[in-house]
Design a protein around this ligand. Structure first.
Ligand code: MRU
Length: 351
């Protein structure tokens, strides 16, 4: 069975504390929006789709407990809480798009005289709950399209060696994963020879989380440190790079975990196709290019310490952007649940 980052049943939400992985498996209760904001901000749950789902589910937990009978007051509170949740981490767009959709729904339900306060609550909760199933379905479609596209470029029935960055698996989504979903699909098709995952400093999503998922799934895999990517491409004949996304702009420029841009440049130099795998909920057509994507900067401590242990010289200053922007010109294809699109054709896929 795949790892489960989010455990939900109506009225009860728990998340797997990703700060403790891989050494400890501990679920923490999320009792409402305040808890939701904290677990996202502290990165106890992370990954663009998981952030959106946990944020919205934390609101569902609160809506269920609410006994207000005035829809207008509820609507106003929901909007405020959603905007608060969006502020927990700024780069991934999924939670912002989900919040906008829920605010629109709350507006129309509030304006409809045939909808009671109880109906209003029920409709919002059901809408939020459906995100869990939809995300897994989308990821499976992404996995299938990504697998087909990578295999299409190969001669005969040879096997592939893939490089991935950060964590995009079950831990970063409702399940299955995006880039890791493509890798899972290649493995299921018995065409994956090997996957290489980067350590992904400074938070080490690769070494702690992706490596954990790959070992758990028994997928043949090797960990490399971030500065080995050029050497790996030179030595190991990598077939493709597949990464996830936190926000893809209308022209295909992609914000993803810091280090992604560097890998894309190295891939271009070595003629290795570079794919971004992401659901439509990561695509922000309101931004023409990546220039205006807000990049989150994280605390110095993530760089200066490993756990409680200081590794950097005391007194040194740090720059710790959590994401970078890979220009569309370095991206071979964007794999979404509708198929694979070159960055320039993204507008054909997104309504
Ligand atoms: C399916 S997860 C896609 C992205 O969110 C992932 O690649 C990533 O950059 C995660 O960053 P994180 O800072 O761990 O939330």
């Amino acid at each position: 069975m795949s790892l489960e980052s989010i455990r939900y049943e109506r009225g009860r939400l728990e998340i797997l504390d990703q700060l403790l992985l891989p050494l400890q498996t501990r679920y923490i209760k999320v009792q409402g929006v305040e808890d939701g904001w904290k677990v996202i901000n502290k990165m106890q749950v992370r990954g663009a789709p998981a952030i959106a789902i946990v944020g919205c589910l934390s609101l569902a937990i609160e809506i269920l407990k609410d006994d207000c009978v005035d829809k207008k007051i509820m609507r106003q509170e929901i909007e405020g809480k959603l905007n608060y949740l969006v502020s927990a981490r700024p780069t991934a767009v999924n939670i912002k798009l989900a919040a906008d959709e829920l605010i629109n729904l709350a507006n129309s339900l509030s304006a409809d005289e045939n909808v009671t306060a109880d109906d209003f609550r029920e409709r919002l909760i059901r809408n939020i709950e459906s995100m869990l199933i939809k995300d897994i379905e989308d990821n499976k479609a992404i996995g299938k399209f990504g697998c087909e596209t990578i295999l299409k470029r190969l001669e005969g029935d040879s096997h592939v060696r893939v490089l991935t960055h950060c964590n995009t698996g079950s831990l970063a989504t409702a399940g299955y994963g995006t880039a890791l979903g493509v890798i899972r699909s290649l493995h299921a098709a018995k065409r994956l020879e090997h996957v290489y995952c980067t350590e992904t400093r400074p938070y080490n999503q690769g070494a702690r989380l992706t490596a954990y998922e790959l070992v758990h799934e028994k997928i043949p895999s090797t960990l490399i440190i971030d500065s080995m990517v050029s050497a790996l491409m030179h030595a190991r004949n990598i077939t493709a790079v597949v990464v996830g996304a936190d926000r893809v702009a209308a022209n295909g420029d992609t914000a993803n975990k810091i280090g992604t841009y560097q890998i894309a440049i190295v891939a271009k130099y070595h003629n290795v196709p570079f794919y971004v795998a992401a659901p439509l909920t990561s695509i922000d057509m309101s931004l023409k290019s990546g220039d205006r994507i807000k990049i989150e900067e994280r605390p110095d401590r993530e760089m200066t310490h490993i756990g409680e242990h200081r590794i950097a010289a005391p007194g040194i200053s740090c720059w710790n952007p959590s994401f970078d922007i890979t220009p569309a010109s370095l991206i071979t294809g964007i794999i979404i649940e509708k198929g694979v699109f070159s960055p320039g054709k993204l507008h054909e896929a997104v309504p």
